[in-house]
Design a protein around this ligand. Structure first.
Ligand SMILES: Cc1ncc(COP(=O)(O)O)c(C=O)c1O
Length: 380
């Protein structure tokens, strides 16, 4: 198998799996219990909190574990709105993940005014537009750090400068950026930041929200006092411990991994562009996650390419896992100016820690063969 869909999810790192199995076997205590069985688990959870905090340049008390990246995004947006009931405006970009875009729709349906920042042909947001719509009525700005489909990296430092001048807090969905570029909360100047463990070789069903100390935020689900009262419910203890281990591994070998993965991605990119005639690269030439390659193949249907590759056990994606299967063309590709037909021909190949030179060798044989074959068939 050649797995080239690491933006959808990553394989669990065997070291994370080992850590989680050991933990599950030894620790069943509830971290809220005051006796040692519970307090040991609480201690291990706090170690994991520390690992995630260190990876972001944050403090342990600023990390709230959630049930997913989606939930972290919802907590950031709904929790900030809840804490500022007098402010009725929200600003986000037009190419956010559904976890943010659908939450924005929800706000619109509840009498909020939402401003969607337009993007250019590379997917970069319009900072002038942000300057023109931000006001004392704005409760929050939410702009993703890196796009899941095309990898474009947004100028978050500029966004936080503009917003903070107006006293408006900023959230970023860093689910795709974390582990692929350096993410430091102080350098970004960010107030809230979402993560998801399964994008960094950790388990599924666990995310985190960084909340800068002093930020006024309220829970959007109600219950016990867990996670500083912001995410009630008995914690996914094994998932959290696994997330901590995944963050620790990132700190140890993230930079080395990135260099290797970017080299592989560069070779794949050059090879595909050399061997396939009509191929259109989607995304920013430089300001992007190097391991994400998004291409449109004019005249072809992405679904047909995906299935033909899957038969040969090469796994790629036609868009984000969430919109895949919904039959819609990617709103991200439409927003950067592709027409619906071209957008429907686009594939995303995303690399990760466990890809090898042999994977790229095979992809460079099979992908052009399938694309060129499908084109010949359609010309007959
Ligand atoms: C940019 C972005 N945000 C949020 C999410 C959602 O994360 P999760 O799958 O943990 O809910 C994803 C997952 O695809 C993503 O790519």
């Amino acid at each position: 198998m050649v797995y080239l869909d690491n933006n959808a999810t990553t394989p669990l790192d065997p070291r994370v799996a080992d850590r989680m199995i050991l933990f599950i076997k030894e620790h069943f205590g509830n971290p809220s219990s005051l006796y040692p069985l519970g307090q040991q688990v609480k201690g291990l959870m706090n170690e994991a909190r520390e690992q995630v905090a260190i990876a972001l340049g944050a403090r342990r008390q600023e990390i709230i574990f959630t049930g997913s990246g989606t939930e972290a995004d919802n907590l950031a947006i709904l929790g900030m709105m809840e804490a500022r009931p007098e402010k009725r405006e929200f600003i986000t970009s037009s190419i956010e993940h559904p976890a943010v875009l659908k939450t924005a729709c929800y706000l619109e349906n509840h009498n909020y005014l939402v401003h969607y920042l337009p993007v250019d042909q590379y997917g970069l947001i319009d900072l002038n537009f942000l300057n023109s719509v931000i006001s004392p009525e704005t409760a929050l700005v939410s702009v993703m750090l890196a796009n899941n489909e095309i990898g474009t990296i947004q100028p978050l430092e500029e966004v936080t400068k503009i917003a903070h001048r107006q006293g408006v807090p900023v959230h970023t969905d860093a689910v795709q950026a974390f582990g692929k570029i350096e993410v430091n909360v102080d350098r970004l100047g960010i107030d809230l930041l979402s993560l998801s463990a399964h994008k960094v070789y950790g388990p599924k069903g666990v995310g985190a929200l960084y909340v800068r100390k002093g930020t006024d935020i309220k829970p959007f689900i109600h219950g016990g006092h867990q996670e500083f009262g912001l995410r009630p419910g008995t914690e996914n203890t094994a998932g959290i411990v696994g997330f901590g281990e995944a963050a620790r591994i990132l700190m140890n070998q993230g930079r080395k991994d990135r260099e290797r993965i970017e080299k592989l991605a560069g070779r794949l990119k050059a090879g595909l562009e050399n061997s396939i005639k009509e191929i259109r690269f989607n995304g920013h030439p430089e300001k992007r996650i190097q391991s994400t390659l998004n291409y449109a193949f004019p005249g072809l249907a992405a679904g047909a390419i995906l299935l033909a590759l899957a038969v040969r056990e090469i796994y790629v994606s036609t868009g984000s896992a969430c919109s895949e299967g919904s039959g819609d063309v990617s709103p991200v590709l439409l927003a950067i100016g592709l027409n619906p037909e071209l957008a429907a021909s686009a594939l995303r190949l995303s690399l990760g820690r466990f890809n090898t030179e042999q994977d790229i060798d095979r992809a460079l044989i099979e992908v052009p063969e399938i694309i060129n074959g499908l084109r010949e068939n359609s010309n007959q």
